[in-house]
Design a protein around this ligand. Sequence first.
Ligand code: PBG
Length: 327
Amino acid sequence: MFPTTRLRRLRQHPQLRELVRETTLSPRDLILPLFVRHGQNQKIPIGSMPGHAQLSVDNLAAEIREIVSLGIPGVILFGIPAHKDADGSDARSESGIVQQAIQEIKSVDDSLLVITDVCYCEFTDHGHCGVLTERNGHVDVDNDATLELLQDQAVSHAEAGADMIAPSGMMDGMIEALRNALDDVGFTHLPIMSYAAKYCSGFYGPFREAAESAPQFGNRATYQMDPANALEALREVELDVAEGADILMVKPALSYLDIIRRVKDAQPEVPLAAYNVSGEYAMVKAAAANGWIDEQRVTLEILTSIRRAGADMILTYHAKETARWLS
Ligand code: PBG
C-alpha cells in the first residue's frame, strides 16, 4: 500500500521547484520608507532599526541613487520637522520638511516613485494624528477638523511634486475628503494609497522613535483599529474603495496575514499593499544580531509569505538588503 500521488516528485529538481513556485518576490514589489529630518548634514542612526537613519535633505542624494540602482521602484517619506505645534503647521507648509524632500528627490532622479505619508502625528507637539478636541472632559482627535488639515497637507504634497499620497490617520471620510481636495485644484490624476485597515499596534514602537511621533498622552485606540477585528477591516476597505482609493493597504503585515488574504478576496480587483512595519523589522534584526536566526532566509520567507497572503506590493525596511539578495 504505497502512495500513487507523491507530491515529493515535484520537489526533486531545483528547476522544477522553481517552475511550480506559486509566489514570486522581486525588488520591483518593494517600497522603502525613508525618514527625512530638518537640519544640515545629519545622518542620525535609529537605534531600534539597524541600517536606518534619519537623513537631512542635503544627505538624500546618495541614498536615492542607491535605491534606484537597486531596482526599488519607490519610497514613502516621513518627516521630522524642526518645529512641532498643536496643529502641525509644518505638515502643510510649502517649505515643510516633506515638501523639501520631495523636491530634492525629484531633482536627483525623477524616475523614482515618491509616495508621501499623509498624517499629523509627526508634526503635532502632542503626537496625535490630528487636531484635538475636548468632549465632556475627554480629549480626542477631532475627525472633521482633521480632515480639513489633511486636505491642505495632501494638496501641499501634490504641489511639491509627490507622485502618490498615502493617508494613514484613520479618520472617517478621509479618502473622499482627500480625493475632493486634490480634484478641486487639478490633481485628478494623482493616486491615493489608503492605509485602509490600520491597526492600533504595538509593532509601531521603533517607528515612533524613528519619526519622533509617539503620542504624548493616551494612545491611538479611538482612531486605529482593534487588533481583534477582521470584519471591521472589510468595512473600512469597502468604504475606502467607494470613496475612491486607488490602492488599499493593510498594516501591520505579519500578524495580519489573515486580513491581507480576506481583503484580497473581498476586493480582488483593487491593488493591495501591506506594510511590514518597524517592529517586525526590529524583531528580525535583533534575533539575527544574536545569531538566533538566519537573517536572509527569514526575511525572504516573511516577505514571500506577505506576497502569498495576497499583497501585490510591500512597504518594508528590508527593501535594500532584499534587493541585493535577489539580484
Ligand atoms: C502614522 C504612521 C505610523 C506608521 C506609519 N505611519 C505610526 C503610527 O501610527 O503610530 C508606522 C510604521 C511602522 O511602524 O513602521 N503616520
